[in-house]
Design a protein around this ligand. Structure first.
Ligand code: CO
Length: 441
């Protein structure tokens, strides 16, 4: 595949993944075709050298691994971490209200989206419903409305004269509810919403008990620019990193690796990672321990294996936008289509340190891929990633990297076509034959 084909594959993945639950389901589908075995955390695991496996926790976090041909204590784990969630709007438990003859959906802000970008878009809903099945058991089902269903119309400029000077400010409680339909005062708003949801989920009434529903933009990904050298879509942060990692892992050569390879894609990064399936939870330590102890490893060897392990924490980086030069440290501008970005922060908001930076730079050299280094403006607070959280939990050496992205947390982000393939190439080098030895002198 060339660079453009890789991006088209990415855009197809994102457009089929309007929620973290859908993203994990798409990844699982792709793995199942390639003879990966789905493991259940409630059952014993029987792992074989060279075996291909994945584990899903609560539908929206997934860990994929390939057992190495060599013992774990010799090779350690090679891990790529990323996240499946994106900031946006979620539907509240009491989903609807009627005001002045309009049925509106009640929403809560998830993470830190740029709220103004949600106005005037062809919005819809996707997520999962939990329901009682015919046997009387609780079951989950994915649901996705494939058409524009909802809207947040802007106020006309005639009623908001200062919008271009002051920016668009939206009150989270009063001004974010999404318009769904006209509705008489006699109709019960929740019932109207339930009817719609039941129909879309293919369930009958009384079955739906709860849901996790995200608002998404129905516009599909697109290429843009004079040479179509850029692309745009929702949720590039961070489905682009999940896709790059998986594309690297599924390379036929990489699948034959001596080392045990792990791709861990977590939900809840955008809200701090503290949950049973987030990067701050036990999911990754649990899975790594089960992999290790399935090989009847001694406790001492477990720690040796961790000491020989390495993690790439992959999340998107802030590409330079020339209209806003003052937003960037002038000596740390990173550009789209100029290669993956090494993210560095003295306060360890990113996990990179000199040795892991040097490793990543060397792997880029081996892959024939350019790379750039980013540091945030010193007078602005820096975001963080799953890198510091996971490396602290496991004591694993880690580096934070990501491709340059414009408009992080907008409903429509964009990036450079070349960078995606660059990232896949360097990730392949890391998984396949990265040299992780270094000496003190
Ligand atoms: Co992110």
């Amino acid at each position: 595949m060339n660079a453009r084909q890789h991006v088209q594959h990415l855009l197809d993945f994102i457009d089929a993944s309007p929620s973290p639950w859908h993203a994990v389901s798409r990844v699982a589908d792709r793995l199942s075709v390639l003879q990966f075995i789905r493991l259940d955390e409630k059952l014993p695991w029987n792992l074989q050298p060279g075996g291909r496996y994945f584990v899903v926790r609560d539908d929206s976090s997934i860990i994929v691994f390939v057992q190495g041909q060599k013992p774990l204590v010799e090779t350690g784990f090679r891990i790529i971490g990323a996240h499946t969630d994106s900031p946006g709007l979620r539907i509240k438990p009491n989903p609807a209200s009627v005001i002045d003859g309009f049925l509106r959906l009640n929403v809560e802000v998830y993470g830190s989206p740029i709220l103004a970008t949600f106005t005037d878009r062809d919005l819809s809903l996707a997520g999962r419903v939990s329901y009682k099945n015919v046997q009387g058991h609780i079951a989950n089902r994915l649901v996705k409305f494939d058409r524009a269903l909802l809207r947040l119309p802007n106020l006309a400029i005639h009623m908001n004269r200062g919008v271009n000077e002051d920016g668009l400010k939206l009150h989270k409680q009063n001004e974010l509810p999404l318009l769904l339909t006209r509705c008489s005062e006699q109709q019960l708003p929740a019932q109207a919403f339930y009817a719609l949801l039941q129909q879309q989920a293919g369930l009958d009434d009384t079955q739906i008990l709860a849901w996790d529903l995200a608002v998404y933009d129905t516009q599909c990904g697109s290429f843009w620019g004079a040479e179509s050298e850029f692309y745009a879509d929702s949720r590039l942060d961070n489905l682009a990193s999940c896709h790059a990692a998986l594309s690297a892992l599924l390379d036929p050569l990489v699948l034959q690796s001596d080392a045990t390879l792990v791709c861990a894609f977590f939900d809840h990064e955008e809200i701090g990672s503290e949950s049973s399936k987030g990067a701050g939870g036990s999911f990754l330590p649990d899975v790594l321990q089960r992999i290790a102890f399935a090989g009847e490893i001694h406790k001492d060897d477990w720690h040796r294996a961790l000491a020989k392990s390495f993690m790439i924490s992959a999340d998107m980086a802030h590409a330079y936008q020339p209209n806003f030069p003052n937003a960037y440290d002038p000596d740390h501008k990173v550009f789209v289509n100029s290669g993956p970005v090494l993210k560095v922060n003295a306060n360890h908001r990113y996990s990179s340190e000199s040795v892991s930076e040097a490793f990543f730079g060397a792997w880029c050299g081996e892959a024939g891929v350019p790379y750039q280094k980013y540091s945030h403006r010193s007078d602005l607070p820096c975001g963080s990633t799953i890198g510091p959280i996971t490396s602290a939990k496991l004591g694993i050496q880690s580096v934070d990297v990501g491709n340059p992205l414009w408009a992080m947390h907008s409903i429509r982000e964009s990036a450079g076509v070349l960078d995606h393939e660059y990232m896949i190439r360097v990730m392949k080098i890391f998984l396949l034959n990265a040299n992780l030895n270094y000496s003190r002198s």
